[in-house]
Write a protein that binds this ligand. Structure first.
Ligand code: GDG
Length: 484
């Protein structure tokens, strides 16, 4: 592609998936998601492209099986804008994605709730793949173009890109938490990562706490002198010998109107009633929706719910907990172990407390269509969101947008969403008794009060939706030092 683009979105994944079929053809499916819908208007309004990986493996030059195999190019028109694929081999995906991204950075950035693995054979492909992304962008961007890089898989890209293209305006947004400096200190490559991020003009996080953690890292490991809103970094290419990196919080959100509209359709309302019916019309329908991930605290709510049954605070048949746990990262060992642990807990609880035809927990390890999820949100009286640590947690916001009437959100203090959603029943997920109290409290709070709390959360969500998030980030990037 020789075209030069004015605006580039860069993320590990393209907004489409390529699935190679047994007959050798490729099936392209759009991946709907908040990021795509937020950026769609911006992408359409600009001369834009999206750079990322498609989810399929590039041929391995050393494998006889792959001899002569070639990837079918991304067809035109499958995405919201031209899509540029960064090709990754199976080996690179193992090292860069399953390894450094998901076995090193993911646990480290989530308070080390699982033990991070530090391996040079993960780091090396992380550097190589980040460099490949940076090279592709450098070749595609028009003079003075804007580039928005997303997430922890690509933290070296801003600096690598600036080295090749100092004319670009570069923004970076981290979708997961940024850890305290004392934890980040464990990372053998802490300096390279911090320098990588500071290649951007604007570095954005979900919460003020994340932004403060990052500034502290810049101070401690790069010996810079940040102020409250950013930091000056040395830059020999500038006449002043330095440049300013702005650091701020931009709490992500959802397409609130869209969730609200889906929830109001007759189909979804009927389905919500049908779901309640099928579950035995319990007095309280409780719900958890997560990727099956050890950061999400699925065990926390299973334990709390089971103990409440044991202690008689919940009578059998009175409440049902539906836990949707979408399959995730199934090639990573910690995720395989977690699945066994969760399924053991569910099996025990059902065995100990189940009635014939009425298990107290419904566990679903399957992906669902969005309409079906919204029907669950609409049906649930109490939504349980109890991560040990979470960047934002969109499920909490989706519940509030989809649940029109009185309903309770039990929300971990350690989810970024807790900063804004102060009308939730906030809990410390490490405090088992506290979580149980919050659930009982939610069960017995009068409907008027639940309604008032829900209305306040909904009002905020309607105002602060994902379109506003994207607009505020891009506006801040526009105002960053680059333009001065
Ligand atoms: C990362 C950060 C941050 C789940 N199961 C199904 C399904 N989902 C959808 C949910 C929601 C999304 O997946 C999950 O988003 P979360 O925000 O809850 O969590 P992560 O995947 O960990 O996302 C997080 C986010 O990035 C954005 O910055 O909030 O903190 O960890 O939208 O609805 N969707 C469908 N079927 C399912 O079975 N259709």
């Amino acid at each position: 592609m020789s075209h030069a683009f004015e605006f580039l979105v860069v993320a590990n994944r393209l907004p489409v998936s390529a699935d190679e079929q047994p007959d050798g053809t490729t099936l392209w499916t759009r991946s709907p998601g908040g990021l795509v819908s937020a950026l769609e208007p911006v992408l359409r309004g600009h001369d834009a492209a999206w750079v990322g990986w498609s989810g399929r493996f590039a041929p391995d030059p050393y494998s006889t099986e792959d001899y002569g195999r070639e990837l079918e190019p991304v067809p035109d028109g499958v995405g919201p804008c031209p899509l540029v694929e960064v090709e990754l081999s199976r080996e690179e995906v193992e090292g860069f994605y399953e390894g450094f991204a998901n076995s090193t950075l993911w646990p480290l950035y989530h308070d080390a709730v699982a033990t991070p693995s530090y391996h040079r054979h993960f780091w090396e492909p992380y550097v190589a793949v980040n460099q490949r992304f940076a090279n592709r962008i450098a070749d595609l961007a028009a003079e003075g173009a804007t580039v928005w890089v997303h997430d922890y898989q690509l933290q070296l890209v801003p600096r690598m890109l600036r080295d090749r293209r100092p004319d670009l305006r570069i923004g970076f947004f981290l979708h997961i938490p940024f850890p305290p400096a004392e934890l980040f200190a464990q990372l053998p490559w802490r300096q390279q990562i911090a320098e990588g991020l500071l290649g951007a003009d604007l570095v954005g996080f979900h919460t003020p706490g994340d932004a403060a953690n990052f500034l502290r890292v810049a101070e401690r490991f790069l010996r810079l002198s940040p102020d409250g809103t950013g930091v000056e970094v040395p830059d020999a290419t500038r006449p002043t010998g330095g440049r300013r990196v702005t650091v701020d919080d931009f709490p992500i959100s959802i397409d609130t109107r869209e969730y609200d509209a889906i929830a109001r359709t007759e189909e979804v309302q009927d389905r919500a009633a049908e779901l309640r019916e099928k579950l035995g019309n319990p007095r309280w329908l409780m719900l958890g929706v997560d990727r099956l991930d050890y950061t999400k605290g699925i065990d926390v709510r299973l334990k709390a719910f089971t103990e409440l049954l044991e202690e008689g605070a919940i009578q059998p048949g009175e409440a049902v907990l539906v836990q949707i746990a979408t399959p995730s990262r199934e090639n990573v060992e910690d995720y395989q172990r977690l699945r066994d642990e969760i399924e053991l807990m569910v099996g025990r609880a059902i065995g100990d407390h189940g009635l014939i035809g009425a298990p107290p927990i419904q566990y679903l390890h399957q992906p669902f269509a969005r309409e079906e999820l919204v029907a669950f949100y609409a049906a649930a009286d109490i939504m349980l969101v109890t991560p040990y640590r979470d960047g934002m947690n969109l499920v909490a916001k989706e519940y509030v947008a989809s649940h029109g009437g009185p309903g309770a959100l039990v929300l971990s203090e350690f989810a970024g969403a807790a900063v804004e959603m102060t009308d939730a029943f906030l809990v410390n997920p490490y405090d088992a008794e506290g979580v149980k109290h919050a659930i009982v409290d939610a069960m017995h709070t009068p409907h008027d009060e639940l309604d008032t709390r829900m209305r306040r959360m909904r009002a905020r969500l309607f105002e602060h939706d994902v379109a506003r998030w994207a607009a505020e980030f891009l506006e801040a990037l526009d105002k960053s030092e680059w333009s001065r």
